[in-house]
Design a protein around this ligand. Structure first.
Ligand code: GDP
Ligand code: MG
Length: 431
């Protein structure tokens, strides 16, 4: 979806003037793209209609080219179609959050992610409840995750007892939110829906959150409808938004159910949860990159400002490199970070140039096996020192050589081009 829409946007930029014929062509292109991407027909019809209306009544000014106007309008309509983000309702204490969805959608993982999110970002006290009592493995999975993030876990022999017990526990211990991981099936069936319906009548949760796998395509719409018709959904979370199919399902979901998206799951790890932001999603799909997300990640880590970044290449050495590398690693996998940079998603070959986690660890090991003196002045590393470093780091002489070579190249590159122009060396050597 993302790739196709990016090439459509390239085409938009080429428009010089907009006649009825061009407008028809734009609408046809968008319609085709949406349908090919498994987006619900009603959502497709809606956006094509809106775009057509706006393009037909468009007034041209001299400042903006028609191509840019078309791009902006389509961008805005994509954002509108995604809708405004929803929220968790905290008006009751404790507030009940029921996580519903079919098996494999990511309910258990996302329950833990949300608990961790509110505990670390908003200082709340969550309680995780296992209500998928028929599958012992599912219970154990949530319990393990709760231990990993240090959040209390509660369960009982049936979902009703589990919810009741959790409410009592939360009241006595002052927990703010109770996140209930409900049972899931491989597909929607009557028994499951009945159980959810009864749970809802009994506990009237303020939050019923539908968890949907964004890789599911059209099937997602059917599943969403079934849950929507059974219980009052208050929000949705799309998981696996890190996958290739990202995007499409988000457009269908809002249009079909009217339920707002609250979060996106963007990876398997606990921290891989993002607040849903329609502007950011559209920018990412259309290929503007996700600068805001990147800035958020960077500002999340505490950079030691007492040590100033090296301003000249002369001062750059393996000490500063090691420190930069650690700071980068704190932000998450490098590839994930780079994918947020505008245009990067287009350059597939660049991915092969980035060291993966394993390579990074080896590079770090090599640097750690150097003496402080060697790190500061790599020029002194001779054959015997190389042997010692390779042995100490559990790598090979070739790997040590390679790192030294890269260091030389990097130094030369900056000496010849940028330094003369007065450009400062970036804090992170991979810039
Ligand atoms: P449940 O059956 O609905 O409870 O689903 P689980 O929480 O057990 O998740 C099913 C699988 O999807 C697991 O392997 C998770 O690691 C994976 N998963 C969940 N959310 C995400 C996500 O946002 N991104 C990716 N890549 N994987 C996810
Ligand atoms: Mg589960």
């Amino acid at each position: 979806f993302s790739e196709k829409i990016q090439s459509l946007f390239k085409k938009f930029r080429g428009y010089g003037k907009l006649t009825e014929k061009e407008i028809g062509e734009i609408c046809r292109d968008i319609r085709l793209l949406f349908l090919e991407s498994d987006i619900a027909l009603s959502a497709t019809k809606k956006i094509v209609e809106e775009i057509k209306n706006r393009l037909s009544t468009l007034e041209f000014t001299t400042e903006t080219s028609p191509g840019t106007l078309v791009s902006n309008i389509v961008r805005e309509e994509l954002i509108n179609l995604l809708g405004k983000p929803g929220n968790i309702d905290f008006s009751e204490k404790p507030t009940l959050v029921m996580m519903v969805g079919i098996q494999g959608s990511g309910k258990t993982t996302t329950s833990a992610k949300i608990a961790n999110y509110f505990a670390t970002k908003e200082n709340k006290k969550p309680l995780l409840v296992g209500a998928d009592v028929r599958r012992p493995a599912a219970q154990l999975q949530l319990e393990k995750l709760s231990q990993q993030i240090k959040i209390p876990f509660f369960t009982d022999k049936d979902p009703f007892l589990a919810c009741e017990g959790a409410l009592n526990l939360a009241r006595s211990k002052g927990y703010d939110l109770i996140i209930v991981d409900t049972a899931g099936r491989t597909h929607v069936d009557e028994e499951l829906l009945d159980e959810l319906k009864t749970l809802n009548e009994r506990f009237q949760p303020k939050n019923n959150i539908l968890v949907i796998d964004s890789m599911m395509g059209q099937e997602a719409t059917k599943v969403a409808k079934a849950f929507f018709n059974t219980i009052p959904l208050t929000g949705a979370i799309l998981t696996k938004f890190d996958g290739d199919a990202r995007g499409g399902a988000a457009f269908s979901l809002r249009e079909v159910t009217g339920v707002p998206l609250i979060f996106l799951g963007v990876g398997e790890k606990i921290q891989n949860l993002e607040k849903f932001d329609p502007v950011r999603v559209v920018n990412r799909i259309v290929g503007m990159g996700d600068i805001e997300g990147l800035i958020e990640r960077v500002s999340d880590i505490k950079i030691d400002t007492s040590k100033k970044p090296p301003e000249e290449i002369e001062k750059w050495n393996f000490d500063t490199f090691l420190e930069s590398m650690r700071q980068i690693r704190k932000m998450g996998p490098l590839e994930e970070l780079l994918s947020m940079i505008p245009g990067f998603s287009n350059i597939k070959q660049m991915k092969n140039m980035i060291p993966d986690e394993k390579q990074m660890k080896r590079i770090e090991a090599v640097m750690l096996s150097m003496t402080p003196k060697e790190r500061k002045k790599p020029e002194i590393i001779d054959a015997s020192r190389k042997r010692r470093i390779a042995k100490g780091s559990g790598t090979s002489i070739q790997e040590v050589n390679q790192l030294l070579k890269q260091y030389e190249m990097f130094k030369k590159m900056f000496k010849s081009k940028n330094l003369k122009k007065g450009i400062k060396l970036p804090n992170f050597p991979i810039g």
